[in-house]
Design a protein around this ligand. Structure first.
Ligand code: G3H
Ligand code: ZN
Length: 281
């Protein structure tokens, strides 16, 4: 199966008021688990590698090529996506490595710089057949920006998309990055208002803190790409912790990583179906 483009998958989902799961890959086991979930549910999955994960590994290529190979050898529809990239050279490297989409995160730049750099990155990526997601107002949880007060203005969002021609837009509607408890309360009326003004699919960042019913409601209100990282990391870690507690003499990483991997497959499959509103009244 070849990798698929973000813009095509998201536009189709937006038309049918469905959501698409976008889950972060840090270790190879994440990629194996997420692709297995996509195969099991026959739903597309966005495999996203963040700039922070690149810093952890020291470079992009090893984890990117491993993830790309796992995706290409599966029969699932996978998007290979660079997440929260602030570095233009890293974006260019991802394009060269065969990523099918990137998120250029200019949210910490001033407004004019964000627009101009995002526009330039989008032009380069589009010329290479790569989709672009961008961010207008910073979603909370990064550098102390406290999300609950941060909200994206629908008119500002529409102008940003017109100015930059991005394929998807991350918006601030009440979620916050890196929450370990699912207690966030989204502004669903704002999601609907932005969706009515913005012609491209919307992206919910920091979705680990959003409970199931709010995720489904956000998709129904107009959210399309649902980003989850911390929650799946917690699932992985809890499974590893439980196995190690019961097997204190185990020193074989394969034994406990396998438990983490299968726990993530189960939860990712459940989330893919929830986000796609499959079986959700
Ligand atoms: O871009 C990635 C997501 O926004 C991850 O956020 O770890 O809070 O789920 P999360
Ligand atoms: Zn994010």
């Amino acid at each position: 199966m070849t990798l698929v483009r973000l813009d095509e998958v998201l536009q189709d989902a937006r038309q049918t008021r469905r959501g698409v799961g976008a889950f972060n890959v840090i270790q190879v086991e994440h990629a194996e688990a997420l692709v297995a979930a996509a195969e099991r549910t026959d739903l597309p999955v966005v495999l996203q590698i963040s700039e922070n994960a690149v810093r952890y590994h020291g470079s992009l290529a090893p984890i990117a090529l491993a993830t790309r190979t796992i995706a290409e050898r599966s029969n699932a529809s996978c998007i290979l996506h660079l997440d929260h990239a602030t570095s233009e050279p890293l974006v260019d490297e991802a394009v060269a490595l065969g990523f099918t989409s990137v998120m250029f995160d200019g949210s910490r730049l001033d407004d004019e710089a964000n627009r101009s750099v995002t526009r330039a990155v989008t032009q380069r990526c589009h010329a290479a057949g790569v989709s672009v997601e961008a961010e207008l107002g910073e979603v909370g949880g990064k550098d102390g920006v406290h999300a609950p007060g941060v909200r994206t203005d629908p008119d500002a969002a529409a102008k940003f998309v017109a100015d930059t021609q991005v394929d998807a837009l991350a918006v601030a509607v009440g979620s916050s990055h890196a929450m370990t408890r699912r207690t966030a309360k989204l502004d669903l009326n704002l999601v609907a208002a932005i969706r009515d003004r913005v012609p491209v699919p919307l992206v919910l960042h920091g979705s680990s803190g959003v409970p199931d019913d709010q995720l489904a409601a956000a998709v129904r209100s107009g959210m399309t790409k649902i980003n989850i990282a911390t929650h799946l990391n917690k699932v992985f870690t809890d499974a590893v912790r439980e196995h190690l507690a019961g097997h204190p003499d185990n020193v074989d990483t394969r034994k406990y990583f396998a438990h983490g991997r299968s726990a993530v497959t189960e939860e990712a499959a459940r989330l893919l179906e929830l986000i796609a509103l499959r079986g959700v009244a």
